[in-house]
Design a protein around this ligand. Structure first.
Ligand SMILES: [Zn+2]
Length: 366
């Protein structure tokens, strides 16, 4: 079986003779090539971001993109007279994408060669292939979730958030309170699960167990009265962050077993992991049960390790864990905590179901 290609997360467009037919400085009314608008919109709907690297007068070019109704699709546009390889690498850096996840399209072979020379991981395409890109596997993610369709909107909200943060001088907690953060924890339904699938694939560094639960495995647990599959979304006054977390919990009579906790690295700075753990501990305290959590230390999930320890999880032996089998997977530790009541978070509003009700009272999930 052929190896799946690395997906393109951002496509950087040249403008003259690539997006539009002609040179803007010679013809201020240049028109789009046929099919370009559809290609941009189609890829955007799949969660592929668009950007621009064009040697042009910035204001003229941006105005023309606005007149053509396309400006809103481009993030971090680089329009000026510098080297295109610098522009494309800057875009990758700003988006925090690996260069191999970035593509560049330009009609001029010399520009493609220049980018290729300085940034060999960036995939370059000639302009006459523009309308064929949406048929290529590297532009065709297997799953297109609600969040993928809104990815550009989420990034754009992120840029506005960062810009505001730069002008804010107070301590972080104070800044967080200005964001009007709202976290919603809910029992997952079928649609939520496809968002969770993408989350667990994309954010392995924040997956505390290191054990991957497939869409099918989580789906099978939806109707299981002993399991809780919970998804977490976050919004603030700039817009949605989308699905940012997933928890899988198994109930035993005297013990709740946290089998999976994954959060998006996008929300680490908001302290989302700590808020989730504190909420869960409070729920366990109300239910009068102990908590056990599976944890696999990797060199990428240090933040999660800190969150667990800070919440009070430890390696202390406790008889309650005898009901659990061996940890699922090599190197998985089992942390334990005597649950106590916790305060509500001070940095965000929290909406969540009442888990403390007996397992039998859990609403049937279709
Ligand atoms: Zn115990």
């Amino acid at each position: 079986m052929a190896e799946k290609p690395t997906l393109v997360k951002c496509l950087v467009w040249d403008l003259d003779n690539t997006v539009w037919d002609g040179t803007l400085l010679e013809d201020p009314n240049v028109e789009l090539f046929p099919g370009i608008r559809d290609t941009i919109i189609e890829l955007d709907s799949r969660g592929v971001l668009h950007s621009v690297s064009s040697k042009n007068d910035h204001d003229l070019a941006w105005n023309r993109l606005e007149e053509l109704g396309l400006a809103e699709y481009f993030v971090h546009p680089q329009i000026g007279w510098g080297r295109k390889s610098d522009a494309v690498r800057l875009i990758a850096e700003r988006l925090n994408f690996a260069e191999k996840a970035v593509a560049f399209i330009d009609d001029l072979p010399t520009e493609r060669a220049e980018v290729n020379f300085h940034a060999p991981d960036i995939r370059c395409y000639p302009a006459d292939e523009a309308t064929k890109l949406s048929g290529l596997p590297e532009f065709s993610p297997e799953i297109v979730t609600v969040d993928a369709r809104r990815r550009r909107e989420m990034y754009q909200a992120g840029f506005r958030r960062d810009a505001e943060k730069e002008t804010f001088n107070g301590p972080d907690e104070e800044f967080l309170r200005t964001l009007d953060l709202v976290m919603e924890i809910k029992r997952a339904d079928e649609e939520d699960l496809s968002r969770v699938e993408e989350l667990t694939l994309r954010t392995s560094q924040m997956n505390a167990t290191g054990v991957h639960y497939s869409d099918a495995a989580l789906r099978a647990l939806l109707a299981d009265p002993d399991h809780e599959v919970l998804t977490v979304t976050l919004t603030d006054r700039f817009g949605p962050h989308g699905a940012v977390g997933v928890l899988l919990l198994e109930r035993h009579p005297d013990l709740w077993h946290l089998k999976l906790l994954a959060t998006s690295c996008r929300v680490v700075t908001f302290g989302a992991g700590a808020v989730l753990l504190n909420w869960l501990i409070d729920q366990a305290a109300r239910a009068g049960v102990h908590l056990a959590a599976d944890f696999k230390r990797t060199d990428r999930n240090r933040m999660m390790d800190i969150a667990y320890r800070f919440a009070g999880f430890a390696d202390d032996p406790c008889a309650c864990v005898a009901v659990l089998g061996e940890p699922a997977g090599e190197g998985v530790q089992r942390l334990h905590l005597l649950a106590d009541r916790r305060e509500a978070p001070t940095t965000m509003r929290l909406g969540a179901p009442e888990l403390a009700a007996a397992a039998g009272e859990k609403d049937a999930v279709a």
